[in-house]
Design a protein around this ligand. Sequence first.
Ligand SMILES: [Zn+2]
Length: 315
Amino acid sequence: MTWNKPLPQPTPTSAPYWEGLKAHEVRIQQCDQGHWVFFPRIHCPVCASRELAWRKISGEGTLYTFTVARIPTMPEFTDEMPQILAVVKFDEGPHINTTIVGADPATLKVGQRVRPVFDDRPGTATLLRYTPVESAHPGVIDDAADAKVMPAAETVPAVAVRKIDIKNIDAVRALVSDSFSAWSPELAVTQELINEFAALSGDDYWIHTDPERSRKESPFGGTIAHGMLIQVLLGRLRIPQDYEITGFNNMVNYGSDRLRFPVPVPAGCRIHARSRVKSVEQVKSGVKLMMEINVHVVGQDDRPCAINDMIIMYM
Ligand SMILES: [Zn+2]
């Protein structure tokens, strides 16, 4: 999967730190008087010595402070909400700004022991995240580990299914509800997918296909998916339903009463969907069932990115 988030730009001074992370080691500087130094510098902030050497440390430490961000600071981070922004104090003394993974924010406590997690997913750089020492979270995150954490959209949660005969119109009407189904499995909206849709639809407007220009010029801070792509992806988001309609000869997609894209979908985020039966109408040729289908960017459960009032005709 393409990494769409901003990445560190190593300087001659900081490069050994980033090279260390790539080797899954935490390396920080120490001066000739024994003071530990972090972030990377050209002199010791305690004694001003310029005699600094790189040392490998365990990277373990304590949670110094943290906050839980529930609204993404940049659109690229919508897939990480809620994001736990933290300061960790290395056992050697210096502090590092980081993010906590594999932990329920409600269980975190200032002062608890944390261990490093090397995030290899950006490809060109490895990022240093943290997790509580007792967490089962792997010490390295790569695309394979990521896929394990977030199941692909092929697996559907098992639900008990009631069979509803379409001829029993009262039973069908009873499906109408204000509350939504459970969520579908999640699906990653990658830049590759957006590019394929651009080629297929002929809509290759730069806000969808040019990450470089979009980072600089787009109000969204990066590329976004076509609204119609999100609509098309509905077919891959298997929404779990606790009923199955039976007893019809034919079922057709009659159309949509409303199709809206209220929230942009940044490249690289994940989406999931849920639905409810909005109305049931008996007409001459059969039964029209209107499903309100809402697609959300994962982490934005209060605001859908696509709304479709889809009408299915049972005959
Ligand atoms: Zn010093």
